[in-house]
Design a protein around this ligand. Sequence first.
Ligand SMILES: [Zn+2]
Length: 304
Amino acid sequence: MADHSSKLDIVQATAALKSLRSLRNNVGTLFHSLTEGIGLQSGQDSKESRFVAELQQQLVTVQSGVKEFEEAINNVDSVQVNLGNSGHLNQDCTPDALNLYESLVTSYRWTDNLVEYSGYATTLLSQNALKRSTLIHAKRRRIQPSSQNVPPHTIDNVINSVCRSLGDNVKIETFRPYGSSTVLQITLGKIMKGIVVLKRLMVEWVVVKGATEDLIEDGKIDMWGESRYKVFRKVTENANAAMLHFYSPAYPELAIRSFLTWFNSYQSLFTSPCKKCGHHLHNLLPPTWRDLRTLDPYHEDCKP
Ligand SMILES: [Zn+2]
């Protein structure tokens, strides 16, 4: 469909360009006649009248050319998307801006098609009773209030109680650098440390780095930087997977407790052998995965 309309566009635009070219030609001839005259050798009167007649004819040609061009332009406009002020981008002669205009038109077409298709989809879906998904929606709506608007001191209390239950080797500090979101800095002895970003009580983001690496850069917590070491990049990956596994808006306290307990099991990252193969190293890495239920250590390739 998009293909069809763009082909139509090209045909219309070519026609418009063609009529513009012929209009310019005719105007050129007209001005040429005006400046140079129409080289006639006969008497003065007939020369003048021939000149006027010829000029009139050329003016008529120009006039009809203008009309033709106007029509062609209108045709092009009717298939164009309305881009508002951004439409002037195509008059910018820098090559960068030209590309921008083209992608703008393409994306507008995409959006138009999307709106059209989603309209069809809505009609089709509304004809089928989707009881299952309605049920899930109802459940979600009921669950929401318990995980919303958790005051900071409640979060602190939960974190402190989890921290106490995990033993002395784990240290959890809380920050709120961006207002309401809580950021936890967790240090597991001399093994590793991590940044955990919470939204209310739900874990949103985890970064793990080595004990010697910096989590704070230029006075700010570095949430996006990766560890230099492959082992901690792997743990970061697994921690993000675990975060999704433990996600539970119905029981946010249990979810954060389970996640932190799982995270704390990395105390034995370099000391526990793999539960399956019994080795410490595999592919030069220690067991970087912890079972989500039993917390047993496994290599990436030995996961149950
Ligand atoms: Zn193994």
